[in-house]
Design a protein around this ligand. Structure first.
Ligand SMILES: [Mg+2]
Length: 326
């Protein structure tokens, strides 16, 4: 059983980072800077996006991951199979044809909002729903952005290798390039270290150690290099958005999103600044905001989240209720 405040912090801050980044997800830094000033977007805005504090597919899928994992724990069933069914529930919320519903979340109308859902997730789940084998080579960040709950539900005696492998297998349901699922494994191990009170530095090293232990050199190279680049960039202080883009990419792929989150979590003095750094660049701002929120919320707990981010946060009650069940 893990500390409830870390679990709440991880989930709520992930959702807040998602909501902060959502209005600027598809906008260049030049446009963000023009509209919001030299520090970029720092608070929720009704301008663009889906409304003040609105979450996107990153948080939706994270909640479905959690629901599947909790169901597996309560029934003693296979977590990958339960999460696969939970993802089919999510697919149904997005208009996909699915024969039956498995959980409770699918009946919450708020989660039926379409918030630029990842195309790889939709097409992979469409095949799975039709009973076909999904085969792809996608390394989009749709795998890593949803697996934080693996760290929250893991038994205390589970090894990092087991946490890594489960998170990787959940990502692999839809993203089968190694950088698409190994980034997910490394991320879950980092979150797990943080809920167990590790520093961000220690957590990143734990993620890298598990990556080296589980994956072959050929498979892990891209993810390992991306995380190492993030660590060295964070040593130079808070990087400018253009430097993040040049050195770590736009966060559209698994290893790049993980790298931006690691850099933002390492270089910032607190959760608010970390999430601000994570969302202000030309890339996939809601996903990088969500990952950074997961990391820093696990580290510092829900009280580190600015109250003005928590107040209007969409589905906050749902997140709190699920966190209680952990
Ligand atoms: Mg999104």
């Amino acid at each position: 059983m893990i500390d409830t405040d870390s679990a709440r912090g991880c989930l709520l801050a992930g959702a807040a980072g998602d909501a902060l980044g959502a209005p600027v997800e598809f906008r260049s830094w030049q446009h963000i800077e023009r509209d919001f000033g030299p520090r970029g977007i720092t608070d929720y805005t009704a301008r663009g996006g889906y409304g003040l504090g609105a979450i996107t597919d990153d948080t939706q899928m994270t909640l479905f991951t959690l629901e599947g994992l909790l169901r597996a724990r309560e029934r003693g069933t296979d977590p990958v199979e339960e999460v696969r069914l939970a993802y089919l529930d999510w697919y149904a919320t997005q208009g996909g044809g699915v024969a039956r519903r498995s959980g409770e979340l699918v009946h919450d109308e708020r989660l039926h909002a379409r918030r630029a859902p990842g195309l790889t997730c939709l097409s992979a789940l469409g095949k799975i729903a039709a009973g076909q084998q999904e085969v792809n080579d996608s390394k989009g960040c749709g795998g890593v952005m949803r697996v934080a709950p693996v760290a929250l539900v893991a038994e205390p005696e589970a090894s990092d290798r087991e946490v890594f492998t489960l998170a990787g297998n959940l990502a692999r349901l839809t993203h089968q390039h190694p950088s698409g699922y190994l980034s997910a494994g490394a991320f879950a191990v980092m979150v797990r270290a943080l809920v167990a009170s590790a520093s961000v530095e220690e957590a990143v090293e734990a993620g890298l150690a598990a990556l080296r232990e589980v994956a072959s050199e050929g498979d892990r190279g891209e993810t390992e290099r991306a995380v190492r680049a993030a660590v060295s960039l964070a040593r130079t202080g808070v990087p400018e958005p253009e430097v993040i883009e040049q050195r770590l990419g736009g966060g559209w792929t698994g290893e790049s999103a993980l790298a931006i989150a690691v850099c933002a979590a390492l270089c910032a003095p607190d959760l608010r600044e970390g999430v601000r750094v994570a969302v202000n660049h030309s890339g996939d701002s809601d996903s990088t905001g969500s990952l950074t929120g997961n990391l820093l919320g696990a580290r510092y707990g829900a009280e580190a989240i600015p109250p003005e981010w928590l107040g209007p946060l969409e589905c906050r009650d749902l997140i709190e209720k699920l966190a209680e069940r952990i």
